[in-house]
Write a protein of this length. Structure first.
Lengths: 296, 273
């Protein structure tokens, strides 16, 4: 069955929050219990960032034990490198998946670490935007889908230096086609790319297969300058750049199969992110997304 | 290439003024070099904290050599690692950065750039620790009928006093919290009191913990055990080979068999399946 057929059985998750190990234990971070109690429509699911080394924290265990929906976001797999699918990583990941039972697996399709998986090798960078690289990543997606039995949705990573001969959206269109999969479109990361390439926020949208967009990310960012060089910093702060909103709105208009929208703002206060969550909700309602949402 | 460019401003400059020299050994095609040349070089320098973050990660694994380097007043040399051949070769060749860092510290000490001579053997011991820490269980299985030293074990010859020095520095660091910061009385004691005896070289065993890969144990071992483990490192070693060595070293039955069996039980040597 092709992805269009398979995705029909994916749950409609709604609006949620991304997490990483231990973040909700930090006093200044998001009070998820308060968000869940007072604004449940904004905490319909969590997207759990996982590394094989750290595993799952107490908050996530509790979330799972309550039967609440979540997605699994790997933070340590180089999809395009077969050697990265080692026994130890696979074994640990399968045990996490067995407990978590996520709606799907997702993760930035680039390089999470250089060389082998060691503490000092962490360095997230975008993929080389070429046909060969697209093939390698697609092969990794297919392999992971077969190993785990879950849909694997690549996400466009953040970056400042992009190398290759394809536009990022053309690259991911190719990846999705070769792997027959959907994707997570990160609007903030996309603006980082468009800005770096001196393009308009919605450049190359017309040729992109938005029907494959299953999940969307929104996050805060900041325009910065260093030695006269201007770039977008992916700081996950409370301020979402206007261009990110423009990308988000246009994505929601074009993508008819969105099943989840995650705000990456877990290190901010509830009051800090409420305006952003409200805007996400308004846009999703404007385009009639989430008609049959799962309740958390 | 991007990792190297992001950590080393001098390499960014080299790429700009002499791309052929910068690309030696990278295997990049002409097309890939063209793509790289289209990136604004300033893009590689936007993350001003990348070297510190990588150094922090290295310092968690290579804590004692880093701490001793700081106490020697040579902390600036730690950052120079990212401009060294050790760093660039490790990245380009797909090797462990922790191991390359240990090699860098040992070489810098031998060259006199780092003033505390104790750092060279400590860094060499830590190099073995990183090899053991990051060894995969599936590597280095001996063939059927053969015996080999476990991939989670290393054996090295080091000056007497090295384990005591490492233990003392670790104790100091556990109270202090991290490797960075200024000297204090306890630090000065470490500098002055813990010496290495280059006239007494002893075999040291480095083992990875059974439960936690990061729990590496180091201990002095008896010369006889060291001899047997060294024999197990040689290709073609069998139980009979080791038995022969044990008898040559003076062990008689049943102790010859008992010692070898204990090495197997302890997981220091493994048999092929």
């Amino acid at each position: 069955m092709n992805f269009a057929g398979r995705s029909a059985s994916l749950p409609m998750l709604g609006i949620g929050i991304s997490t990483e190990f231990g973040v909700f234990s930090i006093p200044s971070a998001l009070d998820m219990n308060r968000l869940r109690a007072d604004w449940p429509q904004y905490s319909s699911f969590i997207e759990v960032g996982v590394t094989a080394d750290l595993g799952i924290d107490e908050f996530t265990r509790d979330w799972v034990n309550r039967g609440s929906p979540l997605t699994f976001h790997f933070l340590d797999l180089n999809l395009g490198e077969p050697a990265d699918f080692d026994e130890c990583w696979i074994s640990k990941t399968l045990s996490f998946l067995s407990f978590m039972k996520p709606a799907w697996i997702c993760g930035d399709a680039g390089q999470w670490h250089f060389n082998s998986r060691e503490p000092a090798h962490g360095f997230l960078q975008p993929p080389i935007l070429s046909k060969i690289s697209a093939r390698e990543i697609a092969d990794g997606i297919i392999a992971l889908r077969e190993i785990t039995g879950y849909e694997v949705l690549p996400e466009n990573p953040p970056g400042i230096a992009f190398i290759g001969n394809l536009h990022l959206l053309d690259f991911f269109a190719l990846v999705c086609d070769l792997a027959d999969t959907g994707m997570v479109l990160d609007c903030a990361h996309l603006w980082m790319y468009q800005h770096a390439m001196k393009l308009d926020p919605c450049a190359a949208f017309d040729s992109f297969p938005f029907d494959r967009v299953t999940e969307v990310h929104v996050a805060g960012g900041q325009l910065r300058q260093r030695n006269g060089f201007r770039f977008i910093e992916d700081n996950h702060g409370v301020e979402v750049l206007s261009e990110t909103w423009e990308i988000f709105d246009e994505t929601c208009r074009r993508a008819k199969n969105i099943r989840a929208i995650a705000l990456e703002g877990e290190r901010n206060s509830v009051s800090g992110i409420l305006p952003t969550l409200r805007q996400i909700e308004i846009t999703s309602q404007k385009y009639s997304l989430f008609k049959n949402r799962a309740r958390g | 290439m991007v990792v190297r460019l992001s950590h080393d401003p001098a390499f960014v400059l080299l790429l700009r003024i002499d791309p052929n020299a910068a690309c030696v050994g990278t295997g990049l095609t002409d097309e890939e070099r063209l793509w790289l040349s289209r990136v604004d070089p300033k893009a590689f320098g936007v993350d001003e904290h990348v070297r510190r973050r990588t150094l922090d990660a290295l310092a968690k694994t290579v804590d004692v050599p880093v701490a001793l380097t700081m106490l020697a007043g040579d902390g600036n040399l730690l950052f120079e690692f990212f401009s060294s051949g050790f760093f660039h070769r490790a990245i380009q060749s797909g090797l462990s950065l922790s191991t390359a860092f240990c090699d860098y510290l040992a070489a810098s000490t031998r060259e006199g750039r780092i003033k505390d001579a104790r750092i060279a053997p400590v860094a060499q011991l830590y190099r073995m620790m990183t090899e053991v820490m990051f060894a995969h269980a599936s590597t280095s299985r001996p063939e059927s009928g053969a015996i080999a030293i476990s991939p989670h074990v290393r054996l090295g010859m080091f000056p007497e006093g090295i384990i005591e020095l490492i233990t003392a520095v670790k104790s100091y660091l556990s109270k202090k919290g991290d490797v960075w910061g200024d000297e204090d009385d306890e630090a000065n004691k470490l500098i002055d009191e813990y010496t290495l005896n280059d006239n007494s070289i002893r075999p040291v065993l480095i083992e990875r913990g059974a439960v936690a890969a990061q729990a590496i144990q180091t201990s002095y071992v008896h010369d006889l055990i060291a001899e047997l483990l060294s024999a197990a490192r040689r290709p073609g070693c069998t139980y009979e080979t080791l038995l022969g060595h044990a008898r040559e070293l003076g062990l008689v039955s049943p102790h010859d068999h008992e010692v070898i069996k204990q090495l197997l039980v302890d997981g220091l040597i493994i048999e092929g399946s």
